[in-house]
Each structure stands twice: as C-alpha cells, then as structure tokens.
Ligand binder design. Structure first.
Ligand code: AHG
Ligand code: MN
Ligand code: MN
Length: 339
C-alpha cells in the first residue's frame, strides 16, 4: 500500500482531525486544484495546443492579455461557478466581480485569483503559475444576505481563510495554507492527483539571495537603493557577505524559490508611476503570497506596514511588496521607517 498523502486526504484531515476548515472550504479548494490541473495541461501543450501568443485585448491595468491569461481565467470561472460554495469571484483579468449566476446555488465564500502569473514568460517556456485567495462573505447566511458586491471583497489580507498558488514549472506544484502552516503538493501526472511532498515549510530567517528587477534601479526610492547597494558591496561592504541575485519575472516562481531556500523578493514602489503604489496587485498577488510567507515564518511589508494589515480601497489596488526571509524584510522595512 502506498503511504502517499493526496491533497484530498490532507484536506479531509484538516477538516476532520484538526478542525481547521469546514467541508465547504475543503470542496472549494479541491475545485481550485482541479482547475489548476487543467491549466497545467494547457500550459504543457504550449504551441501544440495553440495557447501561446497574445489575445489582442487589454485588462483593467492596461496590460496586453495573453491567450493563456484568458484561458486560465475561463477555466477557473467554469470550474468554480456551479459548486455552490461561492458567492462571487474576482480576477486580475476581469474589470469587475463575477457573481455566481442565479441558476446555481450560492455559498458564503469569495474566490480571488491571478489566473496566470508571469505572463511575459509564457511564450519563452519559463515557469508561470496561478495565485488564489479565499475570503468569507461578511454575512454568513446566503439566503438572507444582501446581493454580493465589490465591497464584500475589500477585506484585509489577514481575513483570508485559504491562500495558495500553483507553479507550472519543471514540476507542477500546488502550495497551500489554510492557516496551519504551508504545505506543498506535486502533481503526479500518471495518477492525476496532487501528492503531499512537503509540510511545515519554513523560510530561513537569514539569506544571501535577493530578487528585484535591477533595470528599475534609477527609479527606486532611497531605502531600496541603500539596501541593494549594501548587498552589492558584498564581503567588503557593511553586510560582510556576498549576495546572489535571481529575477524570474514570475512572482510565483520567485516566491516558490524563497519558500524552498529563503531569499528576499521586492517589487517596490518606484518613480515611473508615482501615483500608483507599485506594480503588483494587493488582492490577487500580494495578500495570498504574504500570508503563505508569514505562515512559513517569513515577513511581508510594503516598506512601512505589514501587507496583511492593509485595508484595500478598491479591487484592483496595487501595492509595493517586500517579502521573504524575516531578518532581511525587517532590515529593508527599517530603512524606510527609521530615517
Ligand atoms: P502578471 O503576469 O500576472 O501580470 O504578473 C507579472 C508580475 C509578477 O509575476 C512579476 O514578479 C512581475 O510582474 C515582473 O515584472 P517585470 O516584468 O517588471 O520585471
Ligand atoms: Mn501576476
Ligand atoms: Mn496575471
């Protein structure tokens, strides 16, 4: 008999033994995982499946949408709309919220996602992924509640009840938290199921590796310039050690590396669009990743505040992101706050 633990068994045990999640949330997460499996199939087919290239449209951020951005968005909507666990969904690729149609039963959860993260890497066969976050609609009783609206989604990241991502790389790996640490599941393609391959993920508190898009250096704020400059001085500088750098340009892949071996990831505010707080999206990218990182013993701030404490003002809000190994994140944050 195999001692492998499937995602299904892990979730059942989270529900039954540990009482961490209600059955509706367990079933919802199973559906999200199934959708990720379909997206993984499409990603793997690449040019053979006609999924590469642009779709010829733009999203609400003014970014050109790739075919896979649209495909992944549709897969997630179609998989999740009929199950009866959700009230509505929100996506980086949709201007406004998607309310579960009246022909389906409604539930109390809200699902948010970045259907395809790392779009610029799709056509060049580099790791990409899906990021998701689950919130609970304020009023628990779906029969008496007001119709769901955008306001219901505007909850702090600390209110999330589940968060995760699926990275489509050399392996397809689903990474999940329901508030009881971080677990990783590798897709077994022969069996068609996600198998638990790491539990109690822990990010080392110290690191010698940073991830930032260095081409934006001239636009950065002083605290970020100072931090990176000190890293670059290596052994001879104030840090007294040499640093290594990685930038994959897929947040999922960069965060996956950090959860695996530590590091600090930064997409800070910069002067290119001074009125916008950063590039990454609070609700679809920063909140779920920050919760995963904190659950693994790391930290996540916008340079001044814990990301999970930020009150979102609107659905597509952007945010400055500094996350990863605790001591490095605290150092960068202190450079912003102690002048
Ligand atoms: P998306 O593909 O969902 O728009 O996200 C891309 C994000 C993130 O994954 C990555 O860290 C960053 O944008 C890369 O940005 P640059 O191309 O500016 O380096
Ligand atoms: Mn993204
Ligand atoms: Mn995306």
């Amino acid at each position: 008999m195999s001692s492998k633990i499937s995602l299904t068994r892990y979730l059942v045990e989270q529900q039954r033994i540990d009482g961490h999640i209600p059955s509706e949330l367990r079933l919802l997460l199973e559906v999200v995982a199934r959708a990720c499996k379909s997206i993984s199939q499409a990603v793997n087919k690449g040019a053979l499946g006609g999924v590469l290239g642009t779709a010829g449209s733009e999203n609400v951020q003014g970014e050109v949408q790739k075919k896979l951005d649209i495909i992944a968005n549709e897969v997630l909507i179609e998989a999740n709309e009929w199950g009866g666990h959700l009230a509505a969904m929100a996506s980086e690729e949709m201007d406004s919220i998607y309310v579960v149609p009246n022909r389906y039963p409604k539930g109390e959860y809200l699902l948010l996602f970045d259907p395809l993260d790392g779009s610029s890497n799709i056509d060049v066969n580099v790791s990409i992924g899906t990021i998701f976050s689950v919130l609970k609609k304020g009023n628990d009783d779906p029969t008496t509640a007001e119709p769901v609206c955008e306001q219901d989604f505007l909850q702090k990241g600390s209110q999330q009840v589940a968060a995760g991502y699926c990275v489509y790389g050399p392996q397809t790996t689903l990474v999940l938290t329901v508030g009881d640490g971080v677990a990783m599941f590798t897709l077994d393609r022969e069996q068609g199921s996600f198998v638990l391959t790491q539990e109690h993920v822990k990010i080392p508190e110290d690191t010698k590796e940073f991830a930032i898009n260095m081409s934006n250096m001239r636009h950065w704020d002083e605290p970020v310039k100072r931090y990176i400059d000190e890293c670059l001085q290596g052994k001879e500088g104030p840090r007294g050690k040499d640093f290594n750098m990685r930038w994959i340009a897929s947040m999922v892949a960069d965060v996956h590396r950090i959860l695996t071996r530590g590091g600090v990831f930064m997409y800070p505010w910069d002067k290119r669009e001074p009125n916008k707080p950063g590039k990454l999206r609070l609700m679809y990218e920063a909140n779920p990743m920050s919760w995963l990182v904190e659950q693994a013993g790391g930290a996540a701030t916008n340079g001044r505040q814990r990301i999970l404490d930020l009150q979102p003002g609107h659905l597509h809000e952007r945010v400055s992101v500094i996350l990863g190994s605790k001591n490095e994140v605290e150092r960068v944050t202190s450079y912003h706050t102690k002048v």
